[in-house]
Ligand binder design. Sequence first.
Ligand SMILES: [Zn+2]
Length: 205
Amino acid sequence: MTTQRIKDALKVIGTDKLKDIIIKSEKDNREYGLKFCNNGHITTTDTCVGSGCMLHIEPCKDKKTIGSFHTHPRGDPTEENPYYNAISDTDIKHSIYSNEEFHCIGVIQDEKPTIKCYLPYYGVKKDVASNFLESMSNYEKKSHEYNPTGRYDELQKLSHEKSEELGNLFTKYNTAYKKFVDASEQAAIKLRNLPNQGADFIMEL
Ligand SMILES: [Zn+2]
């Protein structure tokens, strides 16, 4: 079912265009990326350009973000690059944080433009991912409730109980975040050593 969802999303861009983007990315040695949005039918955001541009890409606004696609140029061909053809730990973190249903990368593999898609939680344990998301949301909610302006001087005025409560929530969030970062790094290493770099869906163009 999710594989069909991935196929439907990629179809919105079209095979020829996907191929062009991957080839262009390799040639320019630049990253290209976009997000897939859905509110009844699938659309895409504009294409972002540059290293890590997915992190700053405009969100789907009033639509639901369902997934993303970005390229991994190989870089200097004279240098060994064991990372380019698999999902990275940054990709994993960003995808889980953005609540994506899938995450696709485009690479040149064996001379062919190839798309590899991955499904959450990318080998990160579900409880590690959800603890992170939950503790972040708990801290942010309380923090906003107790200090809507976000100003430091307002924070100083909070009662002892409230500031202690916020401190505890922050500690929980911070601990969960560290675990999540570690787990994402481990997951990325594990995936790239698997056949097809552990992709759940792979398509040669
Ligand atoms: Zn990436």
